[in-house]
Write a protein that binds this ligand. Structure first.
Ligand code: PMP
Length: 406
């Protein structure tokens, strides 16, 4: 018997119902439910959807975790907050990467990039405050923003260069603006924002904060800051704007997203950081003890010493760009992260990704990133999948050309 609708909905809080109804979130969940992702041992599908590993983890990664598992004292698996050794290793590594002298006490360990972003938002913004971010975005900003009681405000990047559209950001700023999220290297576009652009953004935010009489914070989502191609130098917004909170995840660097560890970092230039520290550590507990497990904290100094093979990702990028380009696809060249964002040969990107799916090749349509007309390929698929997928990409392209000729 069908339950009356009011009973079904009354079990769910208004907040949870609102989150569940976000269109892009629903779409992601539908794609997950459709089980487009490969299961262990199911080798035939060419899975280019999530940034998941499709080859055995490197021995070095496994050995680092195994070493961290051996207890060195009786408190090895006791409650751990912001473990000192982990904080120090993370601060040193950030200093090496960005040439900014981060302090260990300004590193707040989290269960990956998700909670680092949620922590940043809750640390500086109150319910009703507005958060600006650019489309195409990582599709889970919106639920994180809404769950924190904040208001998402979306602008679009320049869809030719994939650079931030500073005029659009400026036009979106109101008296309620509290945060601008910047994601470089970008998922899904692969763009690394150049230093001149970051400097202009910093000037814009400085002027806008003065104008509205309230500080606008920048949340820099740098989950991919170690995944940079062609020996480019990555520049972080922290180098240009003091009021930046840096969110990082080890899940990309080691291609191990099921092992949840990351951090939120405040740069030494952040003027109010002493006052922010106890507020952030309070939130780490109140949000549900969002510290990484003891094992991963013990492993972190070792994990800081290496990353996945970025040159292998770059070779996959080059191979796919070369072959897909030859088939007539318009592929945008990513400078970092591990995705190709490709123009869909037909405007209906969902129909196009379905035509690939019928051929056992699974990619994400641009609608998931609120930019129809594109599709995303994850370069974490293995070489065998890449080679086996090529006839399907060719056939789907031919089918769409025939369709547009008709
Ligand atoms: N930011 C971006 C841009 C991402 O792509 C992801 C993961 N896909 C995250 C944050 C979250 O990373 P994690 O799952 O490691 O917490």
């Amino acid at each position: 018997m069908n339950e009356p609708a009011f009973q079904a909905t009354s079990a769910v809080s208004a907040r949870a119902a609102r989150l569940a109804s976000i269109p892009s979130f629903q779409r992601v969940n539908t794609h997950i439910r459709k089980s487009i992702s490969r299961r262990p041992g199911q080798a035939d599908a060419c899975d280019f959807t999530f940034g998941n590993p499709h080859q055995m983890p490197p021995d070095r990664y496994v050995n680092t975790l195994r070493d961290a598992l051996t207890p060195q004292h009786d408190l090895w698996f006791a409650y751990m907050t912001n473990g000192e050794a982990a904080r120090e290793a993370a601060a040193e590594s950030l200093q090496r990467l960005l040439d900014v002298p981060f302090r260990p006490e300004d590193i707040f360990l989290t269960t990956g990039g998700f909670t680092a972003i949620a922590l940043a938002l809750k640390a500086v913004a109150d319910p009703g405050d507005e958060v600006i971010y650019s489309l195409p975005p990582w599709f889970l900003y919106e639920p994180l923003i809404l769950e924190a009681g904040l208001v998402p405000v979306k602008v679009t990047v320049n869809t030719t260069t994939f650079d931030l559209d500073l005029e659009a950001i400026e036009a979106a700023i109101t008296e309620r603006t509290r945060v601008v999220i910047v994601n470089s290297p970008n998922n899904p576009t692969g763009r690394i924002y150049p230093p001149e652009l970051l400097l202009q953004l910093a000037e814009l935010l400085e002027a806008a904060s003065a104008r509205i009489g309230r500080r606008i914070y920048l949340v820099s989502d740098e989950a991919y800051n170690r995944i940079v191609f062609d020996r480019l130098r990555f520049h972080s917004p922290v180098e240009f704007y003091a009021h930046t909170l840096l969110a990082y995840s080890y899940g990309k660097t080691h291609l191990s997203p099921g092992q949840r560890i990351g951090y939120l970092a405040l740069p030494p230039t952040m003027p109010d950081r002493e006052g922010m520290r106890p507020a952030i550590t309070g939130l780490q507990v109140a949000m549900g003890w969002v510290y990484p497990n003891a094992l991963l904290q013990h492993a972190l100094p070792g994990l800081e010493k290496f990353s996945i093979d970025v040159s292998q990702l770059q070779r996959r990028r080059d191979r796919l760009m070369d072959v897909l380009g030859g088939m007539g696809y318009r592929v945008h060249r990513p400078e970092g992260a591990f995705y190709l964002y490709v123009t869909s040969p037909i405007p209906d990107d969902e129909a196009f990704t379905e035509s690939l799916a019928r051929r056992d090749v699974f990619v994400f349509p641009g609608v998931l990133f609120e930019t129809p007309g594109f599709f995303r390929i994850s370069l974490t698929a293995n070489e065998d999948m890449i080679e086996r997928s090529l006839p399907a990409f060719e056939a789907a392209m031919k089918e769409s050309m025939n369709r547009s000729e008709r």
